[in-house]
Design a protein around this ligand. Sequence first.
Ligand code: CAA
Length: 258
Amino acid sequence: MKTNMSYENIIIRNENSVAIINLDRPKSLNALNSELIDELDRAFDELAVDPEVRVVVITGEKNFAAGADITNMVELSPDEARSFAFTPTFNKIANFPKPVIAAIEGFALGGGMELALCCDIRIAAPGAKMGFPEINLGIFPGAGGTQRLPRLIGASKAKKLIFTGSMVEGEAALELGLVDSLADNPLEEAVKLAGKLAGKAPIALKLAKECINSAGDVDLQTGTKIEAISWSGLFATVDQREGMRAFIEKRKAVFVGK
Ligand code: CAA
């Protein structure tokens, strides 16, 4: 991994083409402040162009993140709140050109859960506590939660979670569709899944993600057109030839991301 930037609020390590980002403000349960978000923003810019990184896992030791840092927000004016908002960075993560997996332990609340919603797949410990408690602070989720949550789990279930501010965990979170699977060691499980994805064709993954992300935004005609253009474009890649030839030659394909 080429990253040579130093970070104070996150730790990044690379294991076999998988970059693992650890949110690292344990004293405040990884509450997200502007510095941490700026570091995440820079990290994702770097990881996007790092050829040695094919998949990213976001996690936090003991806790994922207990939301935006409330101590930073109390006295904000509307203009300041607009600048504090995490939306540009979270949109960047949601549209990141490589798969991103969230491994959730402990609390994932408010902006922390909104960060998890930007990931492509969420794996949680059975006891992880997830929710959107902003309503108890006199606000509502402002980092994509009112948009991504209903797209993921449906409008009325999203309203119930956001209006009540209550937390869910375990089977209830799985049943809601808030997480994709439960694992006693979600990081280990996420890294295992990331390893599998790291062996797939990177351009096909990137374009599949773009198509799937646009599915929630465009009508079916437009969506299938986007799909057709992206899909046919893959036939200009080395990896398409490699994948199909490997099948015919009965060997394992080796994808190079070209
Ligand atoms: N911001 C700032 N500090 C936080 C924090 C947050 N979101 N969450 C926890 N902390 C701090 C606590 O203040 C405490 O610090 P001190 O030791 O200095 O007192 C430390 O982390 C440990 O927390 P607790 O003692 O409260 O731990 P607990 O186990 O008793 O409770 C909790 C855990 C239920 C998560 C509780 O900390 C809590 O309710 N946190 C706030 C959750 C929240 O409201 N998140 C939404 C934030 S708003 C938002 O995210 C807006 C948005 O859409 C972007």
